[in-house]
Design a protein around this ligand. Sequence first.
Ligand SMILES: Cc1cc2nc3c(=O)[nH]c(=O)nc-3n(C[C@H](O)[C@H](O)[C@H](O)COP(=O)(O)O)c2cc1C
Length: 272
Amino acid sequence: MEPRKCVFALDYIDETVNAFYEASRNPYHSEREIKWASDVLCEYFDVIEREHLSLKTVLLLEQVKCRVNKIARHNADAHIPYTFSKRKLANISYEQLKMLFEQRRSVRWFENKPVPKSVIEKAVDLATLAPSACNRQPYHFLVIDDGQLLDELMALPIGTKGFAHNVPCSIVVTADLSYFPTEKDRHLIYIDSALATMQLMLAFETLGLSSCPINWPDIEEREEKISSLLDLDTTVRPILLLAVGYGSETGKIPYSQKKGASQLVSYINNES
Ligand SMILES: Cc1cc2nc3c(=O)[nH]c(=O)nc-3n(C[C@H](O)[C@H](O)[C@H](O)COP(=O)(O)O)c2cc1C
């Protein structure tokens, strides 16, 4: 907040600290996540005026300090809020970005060549830089390149007719509804996954890979089939599939004409 209040977050600081304890014991979370959480909590306790805190919260503060005193902080790498002027700047022009966007097209014809795990993971590290509601990143990328499983999987969505057989690798983008337990937030898994998947496809392009998004049909019977095929938890929803691979030099790409800003933008109460 600008300007920062002397006291804030009292309504949920105890809950947050307790969640931090739980998270720091959960092996699913990476060291980087725990460092972020502990840096932010320590910064919070540094900047807040202590007299506003309850005794319970002060005790919690001491426990947090014990818990995180082994984690380096107050160094250049502290994972705490920083000023706009200190943000990382990409030296990419509009034209260069446009070229990358134009390079990415839905590719359905691939070389018979495996997709290395390391390349997929490099791309996923860029995908998850996408914004997500509350930064929860509720998605997961299930990579399937095993022959029989891949054949069974590619037969499930409706839009793979004619090219399913030559896809060397498929990524099922799933998301977990339990990240957003209330009904009002259920759609967020679709938005978050779509934003990350777009970044994933662009990252693939920079690594020499091509891709095609494949619709996951919202049909109960298919949901049951894919859940059983991939052993998905009941809270996990398939969002969409990606065909991924090294594009065949001779395979054709449909020309997909895009709309322009004159069709897509309108202004309300703008006099200019
Ligand atoms: C949500 C979504 C679902 C799609 N489903 C399919 C599909 O089932 N089969 C397919 O061949 N292409 C599918 N596509 C690819 C679109 O046909 C393609 O993005 C569109 O024609 C524009 O072409 P471009 O990606 O080259 O810009 C899908 C794309 C999106 C975003």
